[in-house]
Design a protein around this ligand. Structure first.
Ligand SMILES: O=C(O)C[C@H](Nc1ncnc2c1ncn2[C@@H]1O[C@H](COP(=O)(O)O)[C@@H](O)[C@H]1O)C(=O)O
Length: 462
């Protein structure tokens, strides 16, 4: 057997590449290296703009040519960095050397020694991770989540009035509408999106042990904490003033916990829709050319929701691990965070893939209203709650003397299948006020939905 050509080991880089490719723009190694170049370049521009260490501000053209190193970052830079790193055995040093090489070719040798000035690698790395994770979350993952929420909100609105038998403990229970049940997920996910929108992306820029030691020795008079704050905030990040060598990663733990929380709510959605499909409440729309089972030709399987379930679990496993481990680093630093952070994209990738499958799955189901109605009609005993509650209200209001209405209805309905006729006969014989009796006689399982449909209208408008 001849060996295969090099293969991607992760399915995210193989069969699912198209669904997650937007994340690779930021959370891949190349995305990280491009951000590292950006931070190095911006620090050079900051130092020269402030004429530090005898430098003079670069011309607008020179600044643009430096920034073009970021915007034009491509395969040539990726290959060159790999070559440089093979020698340096240090990924950030390789980026510094790449920038220095470009300075030479741009005729900016005079500022070469300001490259990576007073920086420890983490000064570059933490800002690069904050920038790339921020971009991935705000421009790729959150929009995908918002797309799923919008689709769910559309379905909630569409099925606002579709009465449905509920199941608590898997047993028939007081009905709702399918719209309201979907709206619950819209509301839950919307809250988490709100929290995610408030994420603080923190950055530190204070040298080898977070003390500005090299900075102060190089220029005792400069206001280094202010410079650090200005620089970090200038990149669109929040400044972390007090750290060891590494940014403490608390913002990352907070973010990944929230993303995991969103994943878990989506998992609940996926398993609920799967269950509704298996109950016949949702019908799967056949896709032209698709096969359900390789042997049972009749089948359409709910594979979109099953794929989502598995990938949400994988995403949580990775993001939970990151959230749990990134917040500790021995003394002033160990390198475990660096190794772990290389998997941020994998954590988001599995979630992104799940979102893609949920989005597709939601577009391939139809509500089977007749099944919903038939199920409601087969379970008149669920009106036991309505009847006992109305009797109690009548007793409280002095219009009835019935003793222990709950026990009475329990006797009639518990563990039994009661039809419309038995319930009508039972209600007709009740000694309660006329208006209440009329209300009960008019009640059907599909009409016993409370305010379920109106509750859908309480969803915040997008
Ligand atoms: O500014 C510094 O570099 C300070 C230095 N701490 C480090 N900070 C950040 N990166 C470092 C550090 N040390 C190593 N490396 C480089 O990390 C890379 C680890 O590679 P891999 O195991 O593939 O994740 C790999 O490229 C390593 O070379 C310290 O001594 O405190």
């Amino acid at each position: 057997m001849s060996p295969l050509p090099t293969q991607p080991l992760s399915p995210l880089d193989g069969r699912y590449q198209a669904a997650v490719s937007g994340l690779g723009e930021f959370l891949s190694e190349a995305g990280l290296n491009r951000a590292r170049v950006q931070v190095e370049v911006e620090w050079l521009i900051y130092l020269t703009d402030h004429s530090m260490f005898g430098s003079a501000p670069l011309t607008a053209e020179q600044q643009a040519s430096l920034r073009a190193l970021v915007t034009d970052f491509g395969q040539a830079e990726i290959d060159e960095l790999a070559e440089l790193e093979a020698v340096t055995r240090h990924d950030v040093k390789a980026v510094e050397y790449l920038v220095r090489r470009r300075l030479a070719s741009l005729g900016l040798d005079s500022i070469a020694e300001l490259t990576h000035f007073a920086c420890t690698s983490e000064d570059i790395n933490n800002l690069s991770y904050a920038l790339t994770v921020q971009s991935a979350v705000t421009t790729v993952w959150l929009p995908k989540l918002r797309g799923v929420i919008a689709k769910l909100a559309e379905l909630a609105e569409q099925h606002r009035d579709a009465a449905m038998l509920c199941h608590t403990h898997g047993q028939p229970a007081t009905p709702s509408t399918m719209g309201k049940e979907l709206a619950v997920f819209v509301y839950r996910l919307g809250r988490i999106v709100g929290q995610l929108e408030g994420t603080e992306y923190l950055g530190k820029f204070s040298g080898a042990t977070g003390t500005f030691a090299a900075h102060v020795v190089a220029d005792p008079d400069a206001a280094w904490p202010t410079i650090s704050q200005e620089f970090v905030e200038g990149l669109g990040l929040s400044w972390n003033p007090l750290t060891t060598q590494i940014e403490s990663h608390d913002w990352q733990a907070e973010l990944y916990n929230r993303v995991s929380h969103a994943n878990r709510v989506l998992h609940n959605l996926a398993t609920d829709i799967w269950t509704y499909i298996s109950m016949g409440y949702f019908r799967q729309i056949p896709q032209a050319g698709a096969t359900g089972s390789s042997t049972m030709p009749h089948k359409i399987n709910p594979i979109r929701f099953e794929n989502a379930e598995a990938n949400l679990e994988l995403s949580c496993a990775i993001l939970d691990s990151l959230a749990a481990t990134l917040v500790t680093s021995r003394l002033q630093r160990d390198l475990t965070d660096s190794s772990a952070q290389r998997n941020i994209g994998v954590g988001f990738g599995h979630s992104m893939l799940a979102l893609d499958n949920i989005q597709r799955g939601l577009g391939e189901i139809d509500l089977a209203r007749e099944v919903l109605l038939a199920d409601l009609d087969a379970n008149w005993e669920i009106l036991g709650e309505a009847i006992q509650t109305v009797i109690r209200a009548e007793v409280a209001a002095g219009r009835s003397n019935i003793e222990d209405p709950y026990a009475m209805l329990k006797e009639l309905t518990r563990g039994k299948r009661i039809g419309q006729a038995e319930l009508v006969a039972f209600v007709s014989g009740l000694d309660i006020g006329d208006a209440a009796k009329e209300r009960l006689l008019a009640l059907t399982p599909s009409g016993y939905i409370g305010l379920a449909n109106e509750l859908v209208d309480r969803l915040p408008r997008a």
